[in-house]
Design a protein around this ligand. Structure first.
Ligand SMILES: C[S@@+](CC[C@H](N)C(=O)[O-])C[C@H]1O[C@@H](n2cnc3c(N)ncnc32)[C@H](O)[C@@H]1O
Length: 216
């Protein structure tokens, strides 16, 4: 069977520690598989935020700690990162993080209504080689796909540590409808995550694209 989307990630198991492996056994407790799963939780929280590609979860953990009334759905396919995040959720006793583990585009397709207050994508895989640019997640098609699941005036925050990706993200935004660039964002680039830290260490800038979903 041909896969619907060209993979935007490398499905790597990575080096996985025994504690991450043990934590993964608890995944069912946090797992979100469907639109219905999110709906069954939403009345318990004032806001719902989706972070796509949370990596090791540094950003989602920090947000969830500071905003206990909001529900944070973290999307990732990288098992070591998922195991690490579960360990931190347990350690900190957080009750407001759920995890979805497949290609997020398959779940987004199922969601037929503006469910999320904000959607965040921090340093998506850069696919630096020209022949791999087609695998980049942030493209015009993706901006169109994600638009209906964001609430009116909600934010889509994208950042990248890769200049050439920033140029193509800007092009995709210019070709898209239904968003306005914001001057400021609550999610402005920081150096919390592994990829943000690596960029800072290597002297590369982070390019941030805070967008607001426009009311029709
Ligand atoms: C370059 S890493 C950045 C991780 C983290 N945000 C950071 O800044 O350290 C991008 C992550 O996005 C995940 N990813 C890429 N495409 C995805 C998709 N379609 N659905 C879910 N996760 C995806 C990858 O598995 C990878 O861990």
């Amino acid at each position: 069977m041909r896969y619907k989307f060209l993979p935007s990630f490398v499905k790597r198991r990575g080096r996985i520690t025994q504690s991450q492996e043990d934590n993964l056994k608890l995944l069912p407790k946090y797992l979100i598989n469907s639109f219905e799963d999110i709906c069954s939780e939403k009345d318990n929280f004032s806001r719902i935020i989706l972070e796509i590609g949370f990596g090791n979860g540094e950003n989602i953990l920090s947000l969830a700690k500071d905003n206990p009334d909001s529900l944070f759905i973290g999307s990732e396919v990288y098992l070591a990162g998922i195991g690490y995040l579960i360990g931190e959720i347990k350690k900190l006793g957080l009750l407001n993080i759920r995890i979805t583990t497949g290609d997020i585009r398959l779940l987004i397709e199922q969601i037929k209504e503006p469910l999320f207050d904000d959607v965040l994508i921090i340093c998506p895989d850069p696919w630096p080689k020209a022949r791999h640019h087609k695998r980049r997640l942030i493209k015009k098609d993706f901006l169109k796909l994600v638009h209906p699941i964001i609430k009116d005036n909600g934010e889509l925050f994208i950042s990248t540590d890769w200049e050439n990706y920033a140029e193509s993200i800007e092009e995709a935004i210019n070709l898209s409808h239904g968003y306005k660039s914001l001057d400021k964002s609550a999610y402005q680039a920081s150096d919390l995550t592994k990829f943000q830290k690596r960029a800072a260490k290597e002297g590369r800038d982070i390019y941030a694209f805070p967008l607001q979903k426009l009311i029709k």
